[in-house]
Design a protein around this ligand. Sequence first.
Ligand SMILES: *[C@@H]1O[C@H](CO)[C@@H](O)[C@H](O)[C@H]1NC(C)=O
Ligand SMILES: *[C@@H]1O[C@H](CO)[C@@H](O)[C@H](O)[C@H]1NC(C)=O
Ligand SMILES: *[C@@H]1O[C@H](CO)[C@@H](O)[C@H](O)[C@H]1NC(C)=O
Length: 322
Amino acid sequence: MIIFWEEKEIKDCRTLMLAVVVLRLLQSGVSVDAWGADGHHATCLLAEPLLAPATLKAVRSLLPEYAKGSLASLCTWPDDIKWQHQWRWTSPLHYIDTPDFLCRYNYLRDCHNEYGDKDMCVSGAINNFTSQLTSFQLPLDLAAPYLMTKHDHPNHYNLTEATLFLAHFVGDIHQPLHVGFTSDAGGNTISVHWYKRKYNLHHIWDSELINTAKQRFYNSSLSVMVDAILLKIGGKWVGETKSWGACANHGISCPDVYAAESISLACKYAYRNATPGSRLADEYFLSRLPIVERRLAQGGVRLAFILNRLFAQTSDSLINQK
Ligand SMILES: *[C@@H]1O[C@H](CO)[C@@H](O)[C@H](O)[C@H]1NC(C)=O
Ligand SMILES: *[C@@H]1O[C@H](CO)[C@@H](O)[C@H](O)[C@H]1NC(C)=O
Ligand SMILES: *[C@@H]1O[C@H](CO)[C@@H](O)[C@H](O)[C@H]1NC(C)=O
């Protein structure tokens, strides 16, 4: 960011420092309960090249014009709005709390909000928005704004919102600590040292692992990191990608599978050796980064498969044709 501002020749040092401080505050502000912005951008950037042409067309018809055809540009939208009064009901849809130290997830037991309302959790939300999107029909006149055909749909759901929620929640459910223990709110109340700073464990998994990886291995660039993960999807992981994308019983999405994986990884890697007050540095970073990259890859691949099943009636993504 600093390089960017220097290029723009902002000479006033105080403005620059203030901007950096504000940026830091913003970054820590958005981190409370979601993959950070980078995690969501990465998930959607990984999915985009795997979309079938018909899927891309459908998704673009649903995106607002200012997105300029880029799903990734709006993948953080559910985080941006969740504090607003009319959207507050969506904030429990970003995660699942499971019983402490059980390391297992059960939909009927765990998928509810703090008032006990059923289905109000990230897997319930993925089911919900997947099912809403099955009513999608491509507008006859692609040039016409989508809202003109919205009322053709029997359920009157806003499928633009459904698409953005789906893309976001498929990302979140792959962040292991989004399916964490109840009493520590998925690591949010576990304060640890990350190199020379203090963060909560949840934030480290949302943002700092990706951040440190970007700086150390990817020239401080998310797109360099995404390209490296894409190469692995088409390379060393290519044998697994079909099974990542598949759902049993012809399901379009299968969030229970993703959630069960997450809590298992949370126990094995995220919580392990990260008790309150511990100092996490290279040993933790280097052993957990492969998990993070794989979860981003699985999130991206699965998002692409889900969207392809919804919009292109294909159970296959384009991975093997690339
Ligand atoms: C499903 O979406 C509708 C709005 O489109 C909302 O009213 C309902 O609460 C949602 N349920 C879940 C579990 O996401
Ligand atoms: C659908 O949702 C988006 C985002 O909330 C909103 O901007 C748009 O106006 C909505 N469309 C309709 C037809 O209500
Ligand atoms: C790394 O990033 C800098 C600044 O954005 C850029 O000038 C440089 O070409 C990049 N290096 C590589 C190897 O991509």
